[in-house]
Write a protein that binds this ligand. Structure first.
Ligand code: HEC
Length: 175
């Protein structure tokens, strides 16, 4: 019984980590406490406006830059050096404690706040709603959860059958 409970707990844990995608909501919280002092999505402040940042750089670049912008600048990365010069050589502070997923969620938030993206989102909602909700229903997380639960069910049934036949054998031997 205990092994089964452990197994079930493990499955729940695995499926919940798959479910926990970086969300714009989480990004918004981090952005407003850690980034909004210097950045706005659509306006230039001390730092550049961040709208479209995911199109200017790869996600790896953004993660590295947020972790330690000066490391990227000093590595000679052309885009980083140009930005640093353009923004009066103000070094962006390091945020080494943010995880990759934290930073991805900030990027999700930036996407959801970009002026262009807002219009696109409305258009997508109007046109594609049924297929969109269908595809999000069949997300990898849910499919995996179903597969795992199904496998668990089959194992349990097989186990029960095996116990029954063992029981019968024992009874046969006795009788
Ligand atoms: C003290 C001000 C400051 C804070 C706080 C700050 N930044 Fe910056 N950021 C800058 C400046 C200035 C630049 C321009 C590059 C440079 O000077 O190094 C920049 C550049 C960037 C870039 C590159 C933008 C582009 O257009 O290519 C990204 C991405 C970025 N910051 C993300 C963030 C995130 C995410 C946070 C919060 C976790 C944050 N920044 C917090 C000042 C700041």
């Amino acid at each position: 019984m205990r092994t089964k409970t452990t197994l079930l707990a493990a499955i729940l844990l695995i499926s919940s980590t798959i479910w926990a995608k970086p969300t714009p909501e989480e990004g918004k919280t981090i952005f407003s406490t850690r980034c909004a002092g210097c950045h706005n999505v659509n306006k230039v402040l001390t730092g550049p406006a961040l709208a479209g940042v995911d199109q200017r750089h790869t996600i790896e670049w953004i993660v590295n830059f947020v972790h330690s912008s000066q490391t990227v600048v000093k590595s000679g990365d052309k885009a980083a050096v140009a930005l640093f010069e353009k923004f009066n050589r103000i070094p962006m502070p390091d945020h080494p404690d943010l995880t990759d997923d934290n930073i991805k969620s900030i990027v999700e938030y930036i996407k959801s706040e970009s002026a262009g993206a807002a219009k696109q989102a409305v258009a997508v909602k109007d046109v594609d709603k049924p297929s969109e909700s269908l595809s999000s229903f069949f997300s990898p997380g849910i499919i995996l959860t179903f597969v795992v639960l199904f496998a668990l069910l089959v194992t349990t049934i097989l186990f029960a059958v095996r116990v029954k036949s063992l029981e019968r054998e024992i009874l046969k031997k006795k009788g």
